[in-house]
Design a protein around this ligand. Structure first.
Ligand code: SF4
Length: 285
Protein backbone atom coordinates (compact mmCIF):
# COMPACT_ATOMS: atom_id res chain seq x y z
CA UNK A 1 0.00 0.00 0.00
CA UNK A 2 1.43 3.39 -0.99
CA UNK A 3 1.05 6.28 1.45
CA UNK A 4 1.32 9.92 0.40
CA UNK A 5 4.46 10.29 2.56
CA UNK A 6 6.16 7.47 0.60
CA UNK A 7 6.14 9.77 -2.45
CA UNK A 8 7.68 12.78 -0.68
CA UNK A 9 11.13 14.13 -1.51
CA UNK A 10 13.10 16.77 0.42
CA UNK A 11 12.21 19.29 -2.29
CA UNK A 12 9.20 21.57 -2.22
CA UNK A 13 7.65 22.41 -5.65
CA UNK A 14 9.16 25.50 -7.24
CA UNK A 15 6.24 26.08 -9.66
CA UNK A 16 4.55 29.50 -9.54
CA UNK A 17 1.61 29.71 -7.09
CA UNK A 18 -1.56 28.78 -9.00
CA UNK A 19 0.29 26.89 -11.75
CA UNK A 20 -1.61 23.92 -13.19
CA UNK A 21 1.49 21.77 -12.71
CA UNK A 22 0.68 21.70 -8.99
CA UNK A 23 -2.74 20.18 -9.75
CA UNK A 24 -1.24 17.57 -12.07
CA UNK A 25 1.39 16.63 -9.48
CA UNK A 26 -1.26 16.30 -6.73
CA UNK A 27 -3.64 14.33 -8.95
CA UNK A 28 -0.85 11.95 -9.92
CA UNK A 29 0.05 11.41 -6.26
CA UNK A 30 -3.61 10.73 -5.43
CA UNK A 31 -3.73 8.18 -8.24
CA UNK A 32 -0.48 6.59 -7.01
CA UNK A 33 -1.85 6.21 -3.47
CA UNK A 34 -5.11 4.77 -4.78
CA UNK A 35 -3.40 2.27 -7.10
CA UNK A 36 -0.29 1.45 -5.04
CA UNK A 37 2.27 2.89 -7.48
CA UNK A 38 5.63 3.33 -5.82
CA UNK A 39 9.35 3.18 -6.32
CA UNK A 40 9.22 -0.62 -6.57
CA UNK A 41 6.69 -0.91 -9.40
CA UNK A 42 6.70 2.39 -11.29
CA UNK A 43 8.93 4.86 -13.10
CA UNK A 44 8.44 8.39 -14.35
CA UNK A 45 10.19 10.03 -17.27
CA UNK A 46 10.00 13.75 -18.02
CA UNK A 47 11.20 16.03 -20.77
CA UNK A 48 12.47 19.60 -20.54
CA UNK A 49 10.13 22.36 -19.45
CA UNK A 50 8.46 23.55 -16.25
CA UNK A 51 6.70 20.16 -16.13
CA UNK A 52 10.09 18.40 -15.98
CA UNK A 53 10.69 19.58 -12.41
CA UNK A 54 8.21 16.90 -11.32
CA UNK A 55 11.07 14.40 -11.11
CA UNK A 56 12.38 16.39 -8.12
CA UNK A 57 9.07 16.27 -6.25
CA UNK A 58 8.13 12.60 -6.64
CA UNK A 59 9.98 9.82 -4.85
CA UNK A 60 9.84 7.34 -7.70
CA UNK A 61 12.38 5.94 -10.16
CA UNK A 62 12.77 8.88 -12.49
CA UNK A 63 14.67 10.26 -15.43
CA UNK A 64 14.59 13.73 -16.97
CA UNK A 65 15.53 13.32 -20.61
CA UNK A 66 16.80 15.77 -23.19
CA UNK A 67 14.37 18.21 -24.77
CA UNK A 68 11.70 16.25 -26.62
CA UNK A 69 13.24 12.89 -25.74
CA UNK A 70 11.07 11.72 -22.85
CA UNK A 71 9.27 9.18 -25.06
CA UNK A 72 12.36 7.35 -26.38
CA UNK A 73 13.72 7.09 -22.83
CA UNK A 74 10.38 5.79 -21.56
CA UNK A 75 10.21 3.29 -24.41
CA UNK A 76 13.64 1.98 -23.38
CA UNK A 77 12.59 1.70 -19.73
CA UNK A 78 9.46 -0.23 -20.70
CA UNK A 79 11.37 -2.57 -23.01
CA UNK A 80 13.89 -3.42 -20.29
CA UNK A 81 11.23 -3.97 -17.62
CA UNK A 82 7.72 -4.14 -19.00
CA UNK A 83 6.32 -4.96 -15.54
CA UNK A 84 6.88 -1.35 -14.48
CA UNK A 85 4.11 1.23 -14.79
CA UNK A 86 5.84 3.85 -16.92
CA UNK A 87 4.52 7.41 -16.88
CA UNK A 88 5.72 10.09 -19.28
CA UNK A 89 5.39 13.74 -18.26
CA UNK A 90 5.94 16.08 -21.16
CA UNK A 91 4.92 19.58 -22.23
CA UNK A 92 3.15 20.69 -25.41
CA UNK A 93 6.41 22.19 -26.71
CA UNK A 94 8.53 19.26 -25.59
CA UNK A 95 6.20 16.58 -26.98
CA UNK A 96 4.94 18.15 -30.22
CA UNK A 97 7.89 20.40 -31.08
CA UNK A 98 11.26 18.80 -30.35
CA UNK A 99 9.65 15.40 -29.74
CA UNK A 100 7.01 15.38 -32.50
CA UNK A 101 8.53 12.52 -34.46
CA UNK A 102 8.93 10.38 -31.33
CA UNK A 103 5.29 10.98 -30.46
CA UNK A 104 3.97 9.76 -33.79
CA UNK A 105 6.01 6.55 -33.67
CA UNK A 106 5.30 5.80 -30.01
CA UNK A 107 1.58 6.00 -30.89
CA UNK A 108 2.05 3.90 -34.04
CA UNK A 109 3.79 1.15 -32.09
CA UNK A 110 1.29 1.31 -29.24
CA UNK A 111 3.93 1.17 -26.50
CA UNK A 112 2.35 0.51 -23.14
CA UNK A 113 3.01 3.97 -21.67
CA UNK A 114 0.85 6.57 -19.94
CA UNK A 115 1.66 9.95 -21.45
CA UNK A 116 0.58 13.10 -19.58
CA UNK A 117 0.82 16.28 -21.64
CA UNK A 118 1.16 19.43 -19.54
CA UNK A 119 -0.58 21.54 -22.16
CA UNK A 120 -0.18 25.25 -21.36
CA UNK A 121 -0.03 26.13 -25.10
CA UNK A 122 3.41 27.74 -24.89
CA UNK A 123 7.03 27.23 -23.86
CA UNK A 124 6.88 28.40 -20.24
CA UNK A 125 10.34 27.52 -18.92
CA UNK A 126 11.91 29.87 -21.46
CA UNK A 127 9.46 32.62 -20.38
CA UNK A 128 6.62 32.22 -22.87
CA UNK A 129 7.14 31.51 -26.55
CA UNK A 130 4.73 30.03 -29.10
CA UNK A 131 4.52 26.22 -29.13
CA UNK A 132 3.00 23.80 -31.69
CA UNK A 133 -0.26 23.90 -29.68
CA UNK A 134 -0.55 27.73 -29.58
CA UNK A 135 -3.66 29.01 -31.30
CA UNK A 136 -3.39 30.92 -34.58
CA UNK A 137 -3.01 34.63 -33.79
CA UNK A 138 -1.82 34.00 -30.21
CA UNK A 139 0.59 36.75 -29.10
CA UNK A 140 3.74 35.65 -27.29
CA UNK A 141 7.31 36.88 -26.96
CA UNK A 142 8.25 34.99 -30.13
CA UNK A 143 5.13 36.10 -32.06
CA UNK A 144 4.32 39.64 -30.84
CA UNK A 145 2.18 40.27 -33.95
CA UNK A 146 0.26 37.02 -33.46
CA UNK A 147 1.09 33.39 -34.23
CA UNK A 148 1.01 32.80 -38.02
CA UNK A 149 0.93 28.99 -37.57
CA UNK A 150 -2.06 26.73 -37.03
CA UNK A 151 -1.82 24.46 -33.97
CA UNK A 152 -1.69 20.68 -34.01
CA UNK A 153 -4.78 18.95 -32.73
CA UNK A 154 -3.08 16.60 -30.22
CA UNK A 155 -6.02 14.24 -29.79
CA UNK A 156 -6.63 13.82 -33.51
CA UNK A 157 -2.90 13.36 -34.10
CA UNK A 158 -2.76 10.64 -31.44
CA UNK A 159 -5.83 8.83 -32.80
CA UNK A 160 -4.68 8.77 -36.41
CA UNK A 161 -1.13 7.83 -35.36
CA UNK A 162 -2.36 4.68 -33.57
CA UNK A 163 -2.70 5.55 -29.86
CA UNK A 164 -5.31 3.29 -28.26
CA UNK A 165 -6.44 5.47 -25.33
CA UNK A 166 -6.92 9.18 -25.92
CA UNK A 167 -8.31 11.62 -23.36
CA UNK A 168 -8.39 15.29 -22.43
CA UNK A 169 -8.54 16.59 -18.86
CA UNK A 170 -8.44 19.95 -17.10
CA UNK A 171 -5.79 20.28 -14.39
CA UNK A 172 -8.17 22.23 -12.11
CA UNK A 173 -10.62 19.30 -11.81
CA UNK A 174 -8.37 17.05 -9.75
CA UNK A 175 -10.86 14.25 -8.90
CA UNK A 176 -11.64 13.77 -12.61
CA UNK A 177 -7.99 14.07 -13.62
CA UNK A 178 -7.07 11.42 -11.02
CA UNK A 179 -9.79 9.14 -12.40
CA UNK A 180 -8.54 9.57 -15.98
CA UNK A 181 -4.89 8.94 -14.97
CA UNK A 182 -5.96 5.67 -13.30
CA UNK A 183 -8.00 4.61 -16.35
CA UNK A 184 -5.12 5.48 -18.69
CA UNK A 185 -2.68 3.37 -16.69
CA UNK A 186 -5.06 0.40 -16.61
CA UNK A 187 -5.26 0.49 -20.43
CA UNK A 188 -2.73 -1.73 -22.22
CA UNK A 189 -1.10 0.30 -24.96
CA UNK A 190 -0.27 3.93 -25.54
CA UNK A 191 -2.49 6.16 -23.39
CA UNK A 192 -2.46 9.89 -23.97
CA UNK A 193 -3.97 12.49 -21.65
CA UNK A 194 -3.85 16.04 -22.98
CA UNK A 195 -4.13 18.05 -19.75
CA UNK A 196 -5.22 21.68 -20.08
CA UNK A 197 -2.75 23.27 -17.69
CA UNK A 198 -2.96 27.01 -16.99
CA UNK A 199 0.39 28.80 -16.94
CA UNK A 200 -0.60 31.68 -14.67
CA UNK A 201 2.57 33.64 -15.40
CA UNK A 202 2.85 33.67 -19.20
CA UNK A 203 -0.55 32.66 -20.58
CA UNK A 204 -3.17 35.29 -19.80
CA UNK A 205 -5.76 33.72 -22.15
CA UNK A 206 -6.01 30.06 -21.08
CA UNK A 207 -6.58 30.76 -17.39
CA UNK A 208 -8.35 28.64 -14.77
CA UNK A 209 -11.40 30.90 -15.21
CA UNK A 210 -11.35 30.41 -18.99
CA UNK A 211 -11.21 26.63 -18.71
CA UNK A 212 -13.88 26.51 -16.01
CA UNK A 213 -16.23 28.45 -18.29
CA UNK A 214 -15.33 26.86 -21.60
CA UNK A 215 -15.05 23.12 -20.93
CA UNK A 216 -17.60 20.38 -20.45
CA UNK A 217 -17.50 16.58 -20.14
CA UNK A 218 -18.48 14.20 -22.92
CA UNK A 219 -21.99 12.81 -22.44
CA UNK A 220 -22.38 9.73 -20.17
CA UNK A 221 -23.58 7.66 -23.18
CA UNK A 222 -20.68 8.78 -25.42
CA UNK A 223 -19.12 5.71 -27.11
CA UNK A 224 -15.27 5.95 -27.04
CA UNK A 225 -14.87 2.91 -29.30
CA UNK A 226 -16.15 4.81 -32.35
CA UNK A 227 -13.00 6.17 -34.01
CA UNK A 228 -14.76 8.51 -36.44
CA UNK A 229 -16.88 10.03 -33.66
CA UNK A 230 -13.76 10.45 -31.54
CA UNK A 231 -12.09 12.39 -34.35
CA UNK A 232 -15.20 14.56 -34.84
CA UNK A 233 -15.27 15.42 -31.12
CA UNK A 234 -11.50 16.05 -31.06
CA UNK A 235 -12.03 18.74 -33.71
CA UNK A 236 -14.63 20.53 -31.59
CA UNK A 237 -11.75 22.37 -29.91
CA UNK A 238 -11.75 26.04 -30.73
CA UNK A 239 -15.17 26.09 -32.37
CA UNK A 240 -17.42 25.62 -29.38
CA UNK A 241 -16.78 24.73 -25.75
CA UNK A 242 -13.94 22.28 -25.21
CA UNK A 243 -14.94 18.66 -24.50
CA UNK A 244 -13.15 16.72 -21.75
CA UNK A 245 -13.07 13.01 -20.99
CA UNK A 246 -12.07 9.77 -22.69
CA UNK A 247 -12.47 10.31 -26.44
CA UNK A 248 -11.12 7.03 -27.79
CA UNK A 249 -10.30 3.53 -26.61
CA UNK A 250 -9.47 0.42 -28.59
CA UNK A 251 -8.14 -3.01 -27.71
CA UNK A 252 -4.98 -3.89 -29.58
CA UNK A 253 -1.87 -5.73 -28.39
CA UNK A 254 0.77 -3.37 -27.08
CA UNK A 255 4.24 -3.35 -28.64
CA UNK A 256 5.71 -5.10 -25.59
CA UNK A 257 3.12 -7.90 -25.72
CA UNK A 258 4.25 -8.75 -29.24
CA UNK A 259 7.94 -9.29 -28.48
CA UNK A 260 8.43 -13.05 -27.89
CA UNK A 261 11.81 -12.63 -26.16
CA UNK A 262 10.21 -10.83 -23.22
CA UNK A 263 7.01 -12.87 -23.06
CA UNK A 264 7.98 -14.89 -19.97
CA UNK A 265 10.16 -12.45 -18.09
CA UNK A 266 11.47 -8.91 -18.47
CA UNK A 267 14.88 -8.35 -19.99
CA UNK A 268 16.13 -6.99 -16.68
CA UNK A 269 15.58 -10.39 -15.01
CA UNK A 270 17.52 -12.38 -17.63
CA UNK A 271 21.10 -13.47 -16.94
CA UNK A 272 23.86 -11.45 -18.52
CA UNK A 273 25.99 -13.44 -20.92
CA UNK A 274 29.51 -12.14 -21.12
CA UNK A 275 31.38 -12.47 -24.39
CA UNK A 276 34.48 -10.83 -25.67
CA UNK A 277 34.25 -8.34 -28.49
CA UNK A 278 36.48 -10.60 -30.61
CA UNK A 279 34.11 -13.59 -30.15
CA UNK A 280 31.08 -11.47 -31.00
CA UNK A 281 32.81 -10.11 -34.07
CA UNK A 282 33.61 -13.66 -35.24
CA UNK A 283 30.06 -14.84 -34.55
CA UNK A 284 28.30 -12.06 -36.45
CA UNK A 285 30.65 -11.51 -39.42
FE1 SF4 B 1 3.78 27.10 -14.19
FE2 SF4 B 1 3.98 28.95 -16.06
FE3 SF4 B 1 5.18 29.30 -13.70
FE4 SF4 B 1 6.06 27.47 -15.45
S1 SF4 B 1 6.07 29.69 -15.74
S2 SF4 B 1 5.80 27.18 -13.24
S3 SF4 B 1 4.16 26.73 -16.35
S4 SF4 B 1 2.98 29.19 -14.07
Amino acid sequence: MTKIDDLKTPHFPSWCPGCGNLNIWSSFKNAAVQEGWDNGNSAIVAGIGCHGHIVNFMKMNSFEGLHGRALPVATGVKMVNHRLNVFVFTGDGDCFGEGGNHFIHACRRNHDLTVLIHDNTLYALTTGQTSPLSEHGFKTKSTPQGNPDEPFNPLALAIISGATFVARAYAGDMPKLTEIIVAANKHKGLSLIDILQPCVTFNKVCTHGYYRENTYYLEPDYDPTNKQKALDRAFEFGEKKIPLGIFYKSDKPSYEEQIPQIKDKPLVEMPLERASAVELFKKYT
